[in-house]
Design a protein around this ligand. Sequence first.
Ligand code: HEM
Length: 182
Amino acid sequence: MRGKISEENVFYIVENINVAEIETTLWSMEWAIAELVNHPTVQQKIRDEISTVLKGKSVITQIPKETKVVVNAWWLANNPAWWNHPNEFRPEQFLEEDGGTEAAVAGGKVDFRYLPFGIGRRSCPEIILALPILGLVIAKLVSNFNMQAPPGEGKVDTSEKGGQFSLHFAKHSTVVFKLVAA
Ligand code: HEM
């Protein structure tokens, strides 16, 4: 059946796209909210930055054909030899420690230590959709709400367990949203 798409192929493709879009985006959002709940000062930094900015408005390697390459993107982003404090939730580390290099393949700068969407011709086609959506939703939430752990609980539990695509929460938590005073 070379060159033909069967019914089974179509089911597989649709299922694959569903997993690729839902697990990744939804769980990224969940992680962001949990870390922000546990780091209220970062929430405030985001609010401050939003109000300040808006002001009220190659290394070429020969790899034999058909080689399967599995990149441990988690370790690239968490290796203490490459990042100052990889275990801390400090979003600004990506601005402070920017290690972008020109990469012809991507047509711009790429930091090869941080590849959540992969790189190259099989990288995530929806980076253009997922990044703005995540940024806008988190910015809107943090602008309007103080996100907190439920009364009596200091932090939400960010223990993780493996998923098919992304790490997910071992135990889901309830989070409290309080309107930020106008
Ligand atoms: C935070 C959100 C997302 C993350 C972190 C993410 C991450 C990734 C990664 C790491 C890959 C594999 C790249 C590789 O094989 O080297 C990938 C592929 C893919 N993603 Fe995403 N993704 C996200 C959102 C989405 C969304 C919203 C969609 C669809 C609406 C989507 C559709 C796909 C598809 C179709 C592929 C396969 C591309 C191919 O094999 O040519 N992703 N994604």
